[in-house]
Design a protein around this ligand. Structure first.
Ligand code: MRU
Length: 340
């Protein structure tokens, strides 16, 4: 399933906040609407956030076709600032914006500048689908027939332009005829696992069971998990993996039980510049913890913490699966993979 499309200046995408009750597409007509959809979690998942950011820049250029380069460029920088403030943790957003701006600065041609920028943005989005397909092919080599795979949050087609990362590996392994099954965590507080991963696995026809986040230790102890595959929002040069809150707990438990813990992420999710202590972990509204789907579950006056992501150290990561191949979470290996 294609999660996001460009239709003559309009960004058409799934409203993920409505799933699984309703599969509805929304039309976003300008960068402000795209940013609102990002903040409101209608668009979420690191690669998709990057694609949406690129399309917001495309919208800016699209409206300025035929205008001088300086004018288009200054509007692009204005949109870039707006978009970069949408969410702080998924580096795909920053990588997408910086990629488009770099290409725009490099422009040397007689073609209309704005049209050139639109093409750069659409090319970036198109590449995401192909990248995920390749990632799935590399990842599927790690999967054995009958593997029981645990995944967390949603790293499926819904989190990307198409195919997905962790779920892309699962999809590819299935297509190769491996009769695998999945345990999907519900992923509190926003339930991306229960709402989105369950929706996707059902459509894919993959046998799976949903578990609450707190069941992970028990199912591993009972020998019900052969491998863990999760996505990522940012991978540092040190090999630290930033992903949905709860990932670190799962990695610790996988280590305790000797279960391989894989991270599936495109190279657009790597951040070789930011040191660990400078990474911003998004803190979301406490209401998301105090409520479930709008229904209050804690007494009035109770306070809550709500960090949306956590950090898994490299020693707990068995390998990182990318579109360029599978790599150990080690600085030299990561740098040489990205240089390929
Ligand atoms: O807050 P979200 O739903 O945007 O967080 C999503 C995740 O943490 C995913 O695991 C990650 O982006 C990888 S998606 C291929």
């Amino acid at each position: 399933m294609r999660t996001i499309r460009w239709e003559n200046g309009v960004v058409v995408t799934v409203d993920q906040s409505l799933l699984p009750r309703r599969l509805a597409f929304i039309s976003l007509r300008n960068p402000r609407q795209v940013v609102k959809a990002l903040k409101g979690m209608k668009i979420r998942g690191a690669p998709l956030i990057g694609a949406a950011a690129a399309l917001a820049l495309a919208q800016t250029a699209y409206k300025l076709k035929g205008k001088p380069k300086e004018k288009v460029l200054s509007e692009l920088y204005r949109t870039a600032r707006l978009v970069k403030a949408a969410r702080p943790t998924a580096v795909n957003l920053f990588n997408a914006v910086d990629y488009v701006l770099r290409k725009a600065e490099e422009y040397h041609s007689d073609r209309d500048f704005a049209q050139y920028v639109v093409d750069v943005c659409l090319g970036f989005v198109e590449a995401d689908a192909e990248i995920n397909r390749m990632l799935g092919i590399h990842g599927a080599k790690l999967i054995s027939p009958k593997d029981r795979i645990l995944t967390h949050c949603n790293a499926g087609a819904l989190a990307t332009v198409e195919y997905g990362t962790a779920l892309g590996v699962i999809r590819e392994a299935r297509e190769q005829g491996k009769s695998i099954s999945v345990l999907a965590t519900e992923t509190r507080p926003l339930l991306q696992g229960a709402r989105l991963t369950a929706f996707e696995l059902k459509r894919m026809g993959v046998p799976f069971k949903l578990i609450t986040d707190s069941m992970v230790g028990y199912v591993m102890y009972k020998g019900l998990v052969d491998k863990v595959i999760v996505g990522a929002d940012r991978i540092l040069s040190s090999g630290h993996v930033i992903n949905k809150i709860g990932t670190y707990t799962i990695a610790v438990l996988a280590g305790r039980h000797g279960i391989p813990f894989y991270v599936a992420a495109p190279t657009t999710t790597f951040d070789l510049e930011t040191p660990l202590d400078r990474v911003i972990i998004e803190e979301r509204d406490a209401k998301e913890v105090l409520e479930v789907q709008g229904i209050r579950i804690a007494p009035r006056g109770v306070e809550a913490l709500n960090p949306a992501f956590d950090i898994t150290p490299p020693e707990l990561v068995s390998a990182i699966i990318t579109e360029k191949g599978v790599v150990k979470a080690k600085p030299d290996r990561i740098r040489s993979l990205l240089a390929r």
